[in-house]
Design a protein around this ligand. Sequence first.
Ligand code: MLT
Length: 261
Amino acid sequence: MKLFIYHTPELTPTDSTPDCAIVVDVLRATTTIATALDAGAEGVQAFSDIDELMQVSEKWPADRRIRVGERGGAMVEGCDMGNSPLNCTPEAVGGKRLFMTTTNGTRALKRVQAAPVVLTAALVNRQTVVRYLMTKMPETVWIVGSGWEGSFSLEDTVCAGAIADSFASEMGYPLDDLAGNDEVFGAIALYVQWREKLYELMNHASHGKRLIGLKCYDDLKYCSERDILEVLPMQTEPGVLTQSDVEVQSLQYWMEEPVTN
Ligand code: MLT
C-alpha cells in the first residue's frame, strides 16, 4: 500500500484517482457525518452549492430530510441545522437523509468523488478507518484534508497522521514503504507530538478559535475525542455517504483488539 496525504483539496492531484480516498474534516463536517450515521441517519448527501442542495432536497419527503448548512462556522439561513455533530442525536436524525453543505468539507468530498472507494474519517471514527485499510489493503490511498479555504489546517493533518501512524505500527509497515509523499512523515510527526493533547491542539487551530468565537465549546471537545464510534462512512453514489454495515461486520475481528497508537 502507498499512502499519500494532501493537506487541502487544492493540493490534491487532478490527473489521477487513488484506489481509496479518505476525506478528513475534523472541525466539523466528517465528525458530523460519522456521528449522524452512527445515530441511524439513512445517509448524508454532500453539496458544495447551497442552491443545488435546496433543489435536490426539495424532491425528498419533508419528514425524512434534514438540511444542514454551514458557512464560516455558522448555520445557513433556510437550513434546519448547522454543522454541529452534537445535533445528530438518534431522535433528530434517525432514518433521515442529511443534505449537507459546508465551507470546506463538502468541497473536499467533491474533489475525490470519482475514486472507486471514498470514505470519510475524523478522530471519532479513526480506528474503524484504520481497520478497513488493514483488511482491504488498497494499493493507493489518499487522505485529503479539507483545510480552511485553501489553507492547511492542524486538525485535519493531525487526524491524517493518526490514521497513518496507527496503520503503520499495527501492521509493522516500514514508513519508507508506506509513505507516498513527505506529508506522511510530517503528519505523523504532528500526531506523535500531540496525541495526548488533541483537545489542546484544537484550541490552537485557527478554525478551533473561530468555533470558540461562536461558543461551540462542546463541539471542539467532542471533535477531539478519538476512536469513540465504530462507523465507516462510505460513498455509495456520487456525493452520498452511508454507513457500510457489511464492511463494518467484516472488520469485527479486528475491532476486538484495541488500537493503542
Ligand atoms: C467545513 O466544511 O469547513 C466545516 O466543517 C466547518 C464547520 O462547520 O466547522
